[in-house]
Every structure is written in C-alpha cells, then in structure tokens.
Design a protein around this ligand. Structure first.
Ligand code: ADP
Ligand code: TRP
Length: 321
C-alpha cells in the first residue's frame, strides 16, 4: 500500500500542519510504503522570492525530520526533483474539464477576492493529481481543506482510465476527524495566510506571546463557563496535553474560578514540552545539513524511478509511445 502526501514550503509550519497532516503522515509510515514530499512547484503559484523558497524548503525538510519522519521507512524528497510530474500534469490537464477547476477553492477563493490569479493557480489541482497518481498512491493523508483536491485527482484518474484504459490507481483521501481543522489564535482555521498561527518551532518568547494572545471573551475568572469545550485554549490544549490534564482544565473552566491567563500559561507549558524532543532533534539536524541533503537526494532517486515507470505507462496508454 502506498501512502503519499505533500506540504508546500510557503512559510514556517504550524500546529494546524502538524496535527492535520504531519502527525497522521508520520503515523502512517508504519503501515505501508510512504512517499512524502516538499511541494516546491506548488509554492510557485503564490511565492515569488527564490531565496525564500530555498530557505522554506530546507525548513520544511528540517521540521518534518525533527517531528519524526523516518527516512528509513519513508521516501522523502522535493517535488521538483521529479520533473516527470510536470509532463503528467499535461497529460491529465487535457482530460480535466474547466468547470471542475473553476469550482476548486484554491482558485475560486482568490479570484472571488479579486486577487491576481495565474495559470499555475488554476492548474494547481491538476499538478496535485499528477503528484498523487504518478506514484500509484492508495492513501493521501491531508487536512480537511485538501479533500476537494484529492477528489479531483480521483475524478481525473477515473476519466483517464475510461478514455485510455486502466492506467492509474484510484486514491483515497484520509482525514482525521478530531483534528480535521485546528483553530488559530483568532478562532478561524489556523493558516499561514491568516496570520493566526502557532508555529511548531521558533523563538520561545515570540511563541509565548502568541499563545498569551489567543482570543478570549471578557467574562470574569469567577464566572462559570458552560461552553468551556469551545474555548480556543482548551481546544489546543487537548492536542498537546494528556487527555486527563486537558479534561481537568476544561472542568475547572466550566465550574468557574480559572482565569484565562492561567489557562494560557498552562497551555504554553504543555505545548513547549510536547515539542521538546523534536526541538532538540531539529537543532542536531541543523548542524548536519549534509545528512539532510543526502536524505532528500536518496528520496528523489527512489521517487523518480517510480514516477518514470508510471509516466511511461500513461504515455503508452495515451498513444504517445
Ligand atoms: P496553510 O493553510 O497554513 O497555508 P497548507 O495549505 O500549506 O497550510 O496545508 C498543509 C497541510 O496542513 C494540508 O494537508 C492541510 O490540510 C493541513 N492543514 C493546514 N492548516 C490546518 C489546520 N488549521 N487544521 C488541520 N489541518 C491543517
Ligand atoms: N496542495 C497541498 C497543500 O497545500 C500540498 C500538496 C501538493 C499535496 N501535492 C500534494 C498534498 C499531493 C497531498 C498530495 O497542502
């Protein structure tokens, strides 16, 4: 069974990325042959600074390895080290109805806001379909917001198989219900584009400030809070603290007497401890970049061999060969 997922190097990774995508991906590497990649081609649709792309790509590699991606179990690589995926994007694009892409939120949201949209952004889901189909992927672990794109990949694969004969494996999205959508400091979905993120790694002071800035209401500490379960700090605490601890805080908040400041201080401590080991591992990796680059180069070689095999199958099926 092949498991595959990608993450864009578009900024520092945050708790939404970690709980929505990275942790499930890391757990799944025990279950089958996993391919994980840094989606640098995708980042070109919205990031136009080469130095930033280079730095972000390295940061994603460091973050993912520090968080437990094991290169002995998973194939880890940079998307653009497998340029075959661009050729497959063309083959798939010619079978993709315009209407399907017009409905995709990656394009629709930006064009509805009047933001400039380019061909790359419009074609984004086709490139993503090529990423998935070129490795014969069965399972694609992603957060809720990427479900639509995996469905597009399924639609395109089904169409290609109908038109040109059985060629592609039909992939399934895998979305973890309990962490489908991690809230940000303002209560919206945590996202790099909303400026409401809590990063996995970074400066302690800055991160403490972000956590202390999580939006709360103006009720006094003494007031009972029957809606304690919806409290943002409680929701995030449930991800980083043992269940009994999170429940205890939730009960105290519900009963009244627990101030928001104290709750947020506790949240910071649990969050900081949760990533302590990963932080140490990341520091080791930073001083051993040759190792990181070797992991990516080995991953690219393995991924590329598989991609070439599947691309050739598609070229033959469609009469290019
Ligand atoms: P962002 O919204 O910050 O730009 P990306 O779109 O790069 O994040 O998402 C990378 C991966 O992380 C995707 O699989 C996505 O579904 C997941 N993800 C991002 N934000 C969240 C969130 N708040 N909750 C759960 N999963 C998320
Ligand atoms: N579009 C995904 C995101 O922004 C990243 C991605 C690119 C991806 N190709 C993929 C995810 C293939 C899963 C499978 O999060």
């Amino acid at each position: 069974m092949r498991i595959l997922s990608g993450i864009q190097p578009s900024g520092a990774l945050h708790l939404g990325n970690y709980f929505g995508m990275m942790r499930p991906a890391i757990e799944l590497q025990e279950l089958g042959e996993a391919f994980y990649f840094i989606a640098d081609y995708h980042s070109m649709t919205s990031l136009f600074d080469p130095a930033e792309r280079r730095q972000n790509s390295l940061d994603v590699a460091l973050d993912f390895l520090a968080c437990g991606l094991d290169p002995k179990k998973s194939v880890f690589f940079k998307q653009s080290d497998v340029p075959e995926v661009c050729e497959l994007t063309w083959l798939l694009g010619t079978l993709t109805p315009m209407g399907l892409l017009e409905r995709c939120h990656s394009f629709k949201d930006k064009s509805a806001k009047g933001l400039p949209v380019n061909f790359g952004l419009f074609a984004y889901p086709v490139l993503m379909a090529a990423d998935i189909l070129i490795y014969d992927s069965n399972i694609v672990p992603v957060g809720q917001d990427q479900k639509q794109h995996v469905e597009v990949a399924r639609d395109i694969a089904i169409k290609f198989n109908e038109v040109y004969g059985q060629t592609f494996v039909i992939p399934e999205p895998k979305i973890r219900g309990e962490v489908a959508k991690v809230p940000g400091t303002d209560g919206e979905k945590m996202s790099k584009s909303y400026g409401n993120t809590i990063e996995i790694f970074g400066d302690e002071k800055v991160l403490r400030k972000k956590i202390m800035g999580i939006k709360m209401d103006s009720r006094t500490p003494q007031e009972p809070k029957p809606d304690a379960e919806q409290n943002l700090a409680i929701q995030i605490l449930k991800l980083v603290a043992p269940p009994a601890v999170a429940k205890d805080f939730q009960d105290r908040l519900r009963a009244g007497g627990l101030g928001y400041g104290d709750l947020k201080k506790a949240l910071f401590e649990h969050y900081w401890n949760y990533f302590a080991e990963a932080r140490k591992k990341r520091a080791d990796l930073v001083s051993n970049l040759d190792y990181v680059n070797k992991v990516l180069a080995d991953g690219a070689a393995k991924a590329r061999a598989k991609a070439q095999e599947v691309l050739q199958r598609a070229r033959k099926a469609s009469g290019l060969e």
